[in-house]
Design a binder for this molecule. Structure first.
Ligand code: SF4
Length: 329
């Protein structure tokens, strides 16, 4: 899939050819810095792009049907039912004229077929689950009576009440404190295990996906740089960008004296993206070929792919510091 934004200074090629599959009941993580194309990918999947954004080519197959071809009316029926999305900004999906409780009750009644009384009890339970204090009274509040963090949690409660086939969560826990964040991620895991919901979790934080996702996609410059199982990405990364991200997060599973190193530099200009590898200007291993030709995907093992010339048979053998040294900590 390719998605661009057509603005007055040119075409921003936000997603430049991305392809991946999410199986039933599987949770995948899409990780990358801001501007990597991860959120535009999720908006494209939901067909929620607004002008001047446009899906230029490709298809999004959901249960065998192409979402790109669906009308707005058909998409409205799919969104919130079969596919639910949790956004970074809760105000975009909460309706200001209905109470929080009404919005959860509606989702519960529609999806779980409960009566009004049971649905309200379930709504209170859901609010409690996502950490809303005094849920029995808060259930009758309007969105404007909730703080930003509480609105975020209420929105998560609504999305989870829909029991969707696919849940797309874009930075769902960024604004929340660590304890609530852990509880929300736990809820998402439960949903996956109990009703076999597939999950796409989008985040800039590799630490967030570690617990929930079995497969991880690392995006940069509108492309997938690396895809592999969580084990492969965390313990056998094959792309210098993934290695850079790993060195920038604290890890309890590695040696204690690990120093955190940010990935220096800035992402590429996607109006004039580099012809070669988009990571060239920030990569400590960049070679001449990297600036001239975009690498193809190399598969170090089945299902593990990396877009990097270092994996080519003829690449000079350099010592690569993956930053992964399992310790005794
Ligand atoms: Fe670095 Fe070259 Fe690999 Fe890109 S292709 S990540 S520049 S070594």
């Amino acid at each position: 899939m390719k998605t661009s934004f057509f603005i007055h200074v040119g075409e921003v090629q936000a997603v430049r050819g991305v392809s991946f599959t999410v199986n039933k009941g599987e949770a995948i993580g899409i990780v990358g810095e801001s501007g990597s194309g991860k959120s535009v990918t999720s908006m494209s999947v939901m067909k929620l792009l607004q002008y001047p954004g446009k899906i230029k080519s490709g298809e999004v197959l959901f249960k065998g049907e192409d979402i790109v071809e669906k009308t707005d009316k058909e998409m409205m029926a799919i969104r919130g039912n079969e596919i639910a999305m949790i956004f970074q900004d809760p105000m975009t999906s909460l309706n200001p004229v209905y109470t929080i409780g009404d919005q959860i009750i509606e989702a519960i009644r529609r999806h779980q077929g409960l009566g009004k009384k049971e649905a309200k009890e379930k709504a209170i339970e859901m609010l409690k689950l996502v950490g809303i204090p005094s849920p029995e009274t808060r259930v009758d509040n309007y969105p404007h009576e909730f703080s930003g963090g509480m609105r975020q949690r209420a929105m998560i409660a609504i999305a989870l009440s829909c029991e969707p086939d696919l849940l797309i969560a874009d930075e769902p826990t960024t604004a929340l404190d660590v304890t609530i964040q852990a509880q929300i991620l736990e809820l998402m895991k439960d949903l996956k295990d109990k009703i076999n919901t597939s999950i796409i979790l989008i985040t800039h934080d590799l630490g967030v996906v570690a617990d929930v996702c079995s497969r991880i996609i690392v995006m940069y410059g509108g492309l997938i740089m690396e895809e592999g199982t969580a084990e492969e990405i965390f313990y056998d990364p094959k792309h210098p960008y993934t290695m850079g991200l790993l060195k920038s997060i604290p890890r309890l599973d590695l040696e204690q004296k690990q120093r955190l190193i940010p990935v220096e530099g800035t992402p590429p200009d996607l109006i004039k993206p580099p012809v070669g590898c988009p990571f060239t200007s920030r990569c400590p291993y960049a070679m001449k070929i990297c600036t001239e030709h975009r690498p193809p995907y190399f598969e170090p093992s089945k299902g593990h792919r990396s877009m990097c010339w270092l994996l080519h048979d003829k690449a000079p053998k350099v010592k690569v510091d993956t930053g992964v040294k399992r310790g005794t900590a």
